[in-house]
Structures are given as C-alpha cells and as structure tokens.
Write a protein that binds this ligand. Structure first.
Ligand SMILES: NC(=O)c1ccc[n+]([C@@H]2O[C@H](COP(=O)([O-])OP(=O)(O)OC[C@H]3O[C@@H](n4cnc5c(N)ncnc54)[C@H](OP(=O)(O)O)[C@@H]3O)[C@@H](O)[C@H]2O)c1
Length: 384
C-alpha cells in the first residue's frame, strides 16, 4: 500500500535526503505535505517535483512572497504554523517525518502525536526538551515514534522486544576536533567546525558534533526512546562512522548495526519498518576497512558530561540546556563567541536555572525554553 508522508524540515539536510529516498522508492511513498521555515524557493521546487498536495512555510512573510511569486499551478501554499497544524489534523493517515532543526520541531511533532500519527523522528531536540511529555502523549494516542537519527535507528534495529538489554552503546565520530587539546580548540573557526569528517549535515548539528553536545543530546534521546537508565547508556568514539551503535544483552552478546555514513538508510528503515525496501545506495564493503574505538575525551569535550548531568537531574534542565546550546551555537556561527564558549555558556545558563520542578506541561517547557534563550542572549551581549 502506498504510504503518505508529511515532511517537517523538508528543505534541510535530512529533508533533502528524504526526497532522495522517496524518489528511489518509486511510488511506494507519496508526499502529502512539506514544511520549511523561510526557504520558499527550495520548498516550492521540492513540492512540485514530488507532487506534494501542500507546502507550508512557518514564516508568514516568506509564505506571502511565495504566493505572489508562483503561478498557482502546484501544491497549495500554507502560511504559518496554524495553517500547517490544521493541514496535519486533516491528514490523520499520513506519517510525519520530523526533521525541523531545534526546538521549533516540538509543536508540530506533538500535534502529530496527539492525532495518533506515526512520527519518524530526526529532530532530537524535541525529545531532549520535552521527552516525558512526548512519550506520555504518544502512549495515550497510540502514536509510534520511530527513530531516524542514525545511532537510534541502529539501536532500534538491534533491540529484540522480548530480550532485555543490559547496555546501549552509542557510537560517536568524535567530530572534526578529535584528538585536539583545549588550547588548540580556543582558536578554531566556524569553517573548521563545519568540516565534519564523515557526515554531511545542517550547520547546527555539525557544530553540536564538534562540541560533542550532539552525543549528549543523543544520550538523552536514547533514555526516552528506549526507556534506558543513564547508567545503561555508554558512548564510544568510532571515527569511521561505520558501526552506527550497539546493544549489549544480558548474556554479554553485542549486536551492532553497520553501514556507510548515509542518512538514506535510517530514513528508509523508518519509512519501511517493519519491512525493508530496496533503495539505491552505495553498499558497505568492509574489506580493507579498519574499525577503531576509543573512549571520549571528557576533559577536552565537557558537553557529554553536562548532558548526562542534566538528563539525570530531569525536570526542565534538559530543556534549558537545549535552548542555551541552540542560542550559543547560533552565536558561534555568527562569529559572536569563540568555540569553547558554546559549552561554557550553556553550562552557565543551566547552573543559573532555578525554575520550578513541578509538572512538565507544555507551558512550563515553553517558559523554560524562553528563559534559557533570554539568559543565553544576555551572556552573549555581556561578552561582546
Ligand atoms: N542532518 C543529518 O544528517 C541529521 C542526522 C540525524 C539527526 N538530525 C536532526 O534532524 C534535524 C534537522 O537537521 P538538519 O541537519 O536537516 O537541519 P538543517 O539542514 O539545518 O534543516 C533544518 C530544517 O528545519 C527548518 N526550520 C528551521 N527552523 C525552523 C523553524 N523555526 N520553524 C520551522 N522550520 C524550521 C529549515 O527550513 P528553512 O530551510 O526554510 O530554514 C529546514 O528545512 C535536527 O534536529 C538534527 O539534529 C540530522
């Protein structure tokens, strides 16, 4: 049966790879809707090519520009989050691929979950900021959350429903600065940080990979997705990005999922699950390939421990950390703060958080996110 798909974050790196997978699947998946922030030109091009029924821009000005620039032939154009949420509600049979970047993914992802729609989740920040709420709502509505992040897709593929696991072992490329000292890190540039050794991704996640905050976010994501205690989630640096992650079972057996570093596979796995569909990808050839593993350098890259700390403490700490990190990464990309300040500033915001530890409803999460963004902005202003 043909599957209907809505892509949130269609113009980004995961969005583009999803379009490639949809083309490769030749009719198995039809695109219902595509959402972006302000890149109307790209969204329109993709929407027309993939025959989407509608395209939506969250940015109102961008949407009205797109309406005037297009000739009326092609997908319906939606303007702003309210119209996008209404279209989501009108398509309860579609599945939603959540690939917006950052906290912006939370509201539409929750809306899809509340409708009982299956969510293919790339947007890890949603689970970091609001894991308890997201998982609780998914349980109530019966929405299935299928991971797209390559590490979590690997764990998802290795897990056996009836066999308890002992540990989840997330692999980590180590990013472009693996092996460097803090002294050397003090002088790295934006261009250096954007040179990921194995993956080609959007700017925010690429910088997160350089600080190792990405792995910290993924530890929290794994906690929520798989119900793992933090003590059960290990991280190992694996520079070749061939083993995407592993699961250790009670008897000591370890299952690993391997493949070339190519997001097409985890996207296809999520689309096809529990089946597997053929796609046109370059295949893994292990002959002549050396695989190596080492412990993360927590002294040089403190983000991983920060994420573990806030994850263990629970409450709104992960939401606050996520928001501060988003602001700090943005400031680094704009040349306003040096690389090492990203995690230092994020920690300072987390340590300044004295918010309530009451129920984590959406309002509290949004308030925590706003507070952390304002606090992080203040720190940036004070430094510049
Ligand atoms: N890239 C990867 O290989 C990869 C792998 C695993 C997980 N992920 C996760 O997937 C998510 C997307 O990553 P990416 O690398 O694809 O990011 P990206 O290339 O930066 O693309 C982000 C997408 O989100 C849209 N967007 C940004 N801000 C928005 C807002 N405020 N409201 C609505 N839409 C917004 C962008 O639209 P415009 O183009 O209009 O700005 C774009 O379509 C992230 O959470 C990331 O951690 C990515």
């Amino acid at each position: 049966m043909e599957q209907r798909l809505i892509v949130l974050g269609a113009t980004g790196s995961v969005g583009h790879t999803t379009a490639k997978v949809v083309r490769s699947l030749q009719g198995r998946v039809s695109v219902e809707g595509m959402v972006a922030h302000h890149n109307g030109e790209k969204l329109w091009e993709l929407g027309r090519e993939l025959n989407a029924r509608w395209v939506g821009l969250t940015d109102l000005a961008g949407a009205s520009r797109l309406k005037t620039e297009t000739d009326g032939h092609g997908p319906r154009i939606l303007a702003g989050m309210d119209e996008i949420l209404a279209a989501l509600a009108d398509s309860p049979k579609a599945r939603v691929l959540a690939a917006m970047s950052g906290f912006s993914g939370l509201i539409p992802t929750l809306a899809a979950i509340d409708r009982g729609m299956d969510v293919l989740l790339a947007n890890k920040e949603t689970l970091v900021a609001a894991g308890a709420l997201v998982m609780e709502r998914a349980q109530i509505s019966g929405s299935q959350i299928i991971p797209v992040d390559s590490e979590h897709s690997a764990v998802f593929q290795c897990l056996r429903p009836d066999q308890p696991f002992r540990r989840i072992i997330l692999t980590c490329s180590g990013g472009p600065f693996r092996g460097m000292t803090r002294q050397a890190l003090a002088g790295v540039t934006v261009a250096d940080a954007l040179q990921h050794p194995t993956w080609n991704m959007g700017a925010k996640i690429t910088v997160d990979s350089a600080t190792l905050m990405n792995k910290g976010l993924e530890v929290i994501e794994a906690h929520w997705l798989f119900g793992a205690r933090y003590s059960q989630i290990a991280v190992v640096v694996h520079p070749q990005s061939i083993v995407h992650s592993m699961v250790e079972f009670e008897d000591g057996a370890v299952m690993a999922q391997m493949g070339r570093p190519d997001m097409q596979v985890p996207i296809e796995v999520a689309l096809a699950w529990p089946e597997r569909w053929a796609i046109a990808t370059e295949r893994l050839d292990l002959a002549g390939t050396s695989l190596s593993f080492e412990s993360p350098d927590d002294e040089t890259f403190p983000a991983l421990n920060l994420a573990r700390e806030v994850g263990r403490a629970g409450g709104l700490g992960p939401c606050v950390m996520n928001a501060a990190n988003e602001v700090a990464v943005h400031a680094f990309l704009e040349g306003k703060i040096p690389f090492l300040d990203i995690v230092a500033m994020t920690r300072a915001v987390v340590e300044g958080w004295k918010g309530p530890s009451g129920p984590l409803n959406l309002e509290a999460i949004q308030a925590g996110d706003r507070w952390a963004r304002a606090m992080a902005q203040d720190l940036i202003s004070a430094r510049s």
